[in-house]
Design a protein around this ligand. Structure first.
Ligand code: NAD
Length: 378
């Protein structure tokens, strides 16, 4: 059985799907691993590191045609999907609900597809939870970039020349990224407030030393059975926006992270609210890949609106490739343990994690939400 690691095709991607540590786990199980030259260079892993871990270096086209498993960060380009072997496996952030048509080449080629986004969030799958890994990196990095660009200090400082008040940070969405942003901003000395539509997030926010903004949504059910936020009615969204507007006017930095799986990100900050924010303030919109939480966000661009700078990167984690790759590789490696038995590819489609994350098998889409997403776009 051959596992192949390719250099990511996307220009803004510096991560690699499997690091030399992940290779060692596989080679220790009699799995052959081959790597395209320089695949890990930007994540701090040289070809020599891979060969020391037991992999060989090979040409991309050979790997596409012969590999049994190709772990990826981003889905392979359509033309390359067609070159993959029937019955082989591609696993990674395949964006099956956002862009299912980008998978058609692999589906038609009979490739079995596993989406890291669809790994169920059950206890047994925690070590494979790549969304949480990446959200942790993103939440940290957003605060660091905002602190770097803010024309103010973060901590309270009492000096002989006077007292500097602490920066005020507002975090919208207190999931994995939001909680990491809160923790990072607190460590830098900022005063932090946060809002989330899930009441359960309140305790976690407070345990990190931040204030939770309470909004009375009249007992509305805001959480699905998977623990994710539901899409809100326009009225409930508006109540949140009003509370946020009051806090945003006082804030030096607003970090937004609110997302609803498979939907456009909720709009939480209106243009009018941005107009009332302090000049020099910063909005860091981590929901930009899903359209953004702020009305004036331009995904992929940094813009200035009424003196407020809005950062909206679409692949912020790629700016921290070493640790993002380390975490992702561990998640991938743990997933591979489910489908590699005694050096052979063995897929048990009854396993809850495999069934939940499998998008396509034997030329057919096997996930109802993905089929529906594809039909909706046809
Ligand atoms: P996410 O990235 O989908 O969303 C980020 C946050 O935005 C969430 O907390 C969500 O409630 C919030 N949000 C969505 N719409 C909003 C709105 N209109 N207004 C305000 N906030 C809004 O979520 P995530 O960070 O991936 O995690 C979501 C949940 O899953 C959390 O409860 C988290 O603790 C839980 N989780 C569980 C596991 C596990 O059990 N293995 C792993 C990771 C996360």
């Amino acid at each position: 059985m051959l596992v192949a690691i390719l250099k990511e095709a996307r220009e803004d991607e510096a991560r690699v799907a499997l690091t030399p540590d992940g290779v060692k786990v596989l080679t220790g199980q009699d799995v052959k691993v081959a790597v395209e030259s320089n695949a890990g260079l930007e994540s701090g892993a040289s070809d020599a590191d891979y060969t020391a871990a037991g992999a060989r270096i090979a040409e991309r086209d050979e790997l596409l045609a012969t590999a049994d498993v190709i772990p990826v960060v981003n889905v392979l380009p359509a033309a390359e999907q067609k070159k993959m072997k029937r019955g082989s496996v591609m696993i990674g952030f395949l964006r099956p609900l956002d862009d299912p048509s980008a998978l058609i080449g692999a589906i038609e080629a009979g490739v079995t597809l596993f989406s890291m986004e669809l790994v169920p969030r059950i206890t047994r799958a925690q070590s494979m939870d790549a969304l949480s890994s990446m959200a942790t990196v993103a939440g940290y990095k957003a605060v660091i970039v905002a602190a770097d660009h803010l024309p103010k200090l973060f901590p309270l400082l009492m000096t002989a020349a006077g007292t500097i008040p602490p920066a005020k940070v507002l975090v919208l969405g207190a999931g994995v990224a939001g909680l990491q942003a809160i923790a990072t901003a607190r460590r830098l000395g900022a005063v932090v407030e946060a809002y989330d539509v899930r009441a359960a997030a309140g305790e976690q926010v407070k345990s990190l030393g931040a204030k939770f903004i309470e909004v009375d949504l009249g007992g509305l059910q805001t959480e699905d059975k998977g623990g994710y936020a539901k899409e809100l009615s326009p009225e409930a969204l508006e109540l949140g926006r009003q509370a946020i507007a009051r806090a945003a006017k006082q804030a030096d930095v607003v970090i937004t992270t609110a997302q609803v799986p498979g939907r456009r990100a909720p709009l939480m900050i209106s243009a009018a609210t941005v107009e009332e924010m302090k000049p020099g303030a910063i909005i860091f919109d981590l929901a930009a890949p899903a359209g953004g939480n702020c009305e004036v966000t331009r995904p992929g661009q940094t813009t200035v609106y009424h003196g407020v700078t809005i950062f909206a990167p679409v692949n912020i984690v790629a700016e921290m490739p070493v640790h993002a790759s380390m975490l992702y590789s561990r998640n991938i490696s743990n997933f591979l343990q489910l489908i590699v038995k005694k050096g052979e590819l063995v897929i048990d489609h009854k396993d809850e994690i495999i069934a939940g994350s499998c998008v396509a098998h034997g030329g057919e889409i096997v996930n109802e939400r993905v089929s529906a997403a594809l039909k909706a776009r046809a």
